[in-house]
Ligand binder design. Structure first.
Ligand SMILES: NS(=O)(=O)c1ccc(NCc2ccco2)c([N+](=O)[O-])c1
Ligand SMILES: [Zn+2]
Length: 250
């Protein structure tokens, strides 16, 4: 029987990815568990800056593994600079990882805390020509990770219109604080290339339980296949292998 493509089930999940994607057993894999006591404050770390063009947003899609918004990255239209990065990295896509319940869903774990979901904003370094080239470079990709926690307040349904996704400025998703952790890691899904400078924002953003319910209402099956809920699309923390996690804050 053909090897089933990778996923998050017991027969094709994170424990078996290495069978087809050997990089999954590398020494710089993501996500990781961050323990504040082991983090090193680095006062030389500067602030990161995003300048995004809302017109760059193109499509939103369910690819059976996540919900992804894709941006025009054919030129420096929406870029991230500063922080641990040198040069401007182009925003290519954003997507999420979430759980079947509010108690888990994030990929990175902070002092034992799992958040309900984790948003990834993926940027690549145009000095490597294109995204495929950037994947092969240790400074090829930068992902901003933002934790989502479910707000206590009851979500009061408003009559507001659905905003068209075409004019979408993802910087509205940033929390107030710019504090971040940074470390060198990998894609958290196959092929698991170790090309990512992770910038994890310390302050989570709040979402309503209705918004979480919308994410959990997505299905990983295609149309006219048996319904299979798209939930728990997160990889557990991987070995740190001596890597240092730096903090922009004390
Ligand atoms: N969870 S993540 O931000 O680390 C992540 C994982 C995989 C991929 N892509 C999978 C891939 C890489 C090369 C070919 O296909 C991306 N991405 O492409 O932004 C991001
Ligand atoms: Zn991701």
């Amino acid at each position: 029987m053909a090897q089933s493509v990778w996923g998050y089930d017991s027969d094709n999940g994170p424990e078996r990815w290495h069978e087809n994607y050997p990089l999954a057993k590398g020494d710089k894999q993501s996500p990781i568990e961050i323990n504040s006591k082991d983090v090193q404050h680095d006062s030389s770390l500067s602030a990161w800056h995003a300048s995004y063009d809302p017109g760059a947003a193109k499509t939103i899609l369910n690819n059976g593994r996540t919900c992804r918004v894709v941006f025009d990255d054919t030129f420096d239209r929406s870029v991230l600079r500063g922080g641990p990065l040198s040069g401007a990295y182009r925003l290519r896509q954003l997507h999420l990882h979430w759980g079947s319940c509010d108690q888990h869903g994030s990929e990175h774990v902070i002092d034992g805390v799992k958040y309900a979901a984790e948003l990834h904003m993926v940027h690549w370094n145009p000095k490597h020509g294109n995204f495929a080239g950037a994947l092969k470079q240790p400074d090829g990709v930068a992902v901003v990770g933002i934790f989502l926690k479910v707000s206590k307040i009851e979500n009061i349904k408003t009559k507001g219109k659905e905003a068209p996704f075409l004019h979408f400025d993802p910087s509205i998703l940033f929390p107030k604080s710019r504090d971040y952790w940074t470390y060198h890691g990998s894609f958290t899904t196959p092929p698991c290339e170790e090309c990512i400078t992770w910038i994890l924002l310390r302050e989570p953003i709040e979402v309503s339980s209705d918004q979480m319910a919308k994410l959990r209402s997505l299905s990983k099956n295609s149309e006219n296949e048996p319904v299979s809920p798209l939930v728990d699309n997160w990889r557990p923390p991987q070995p740190l292998k001596g890597r240092i996690v730096r903090a922009s804050f004390k």
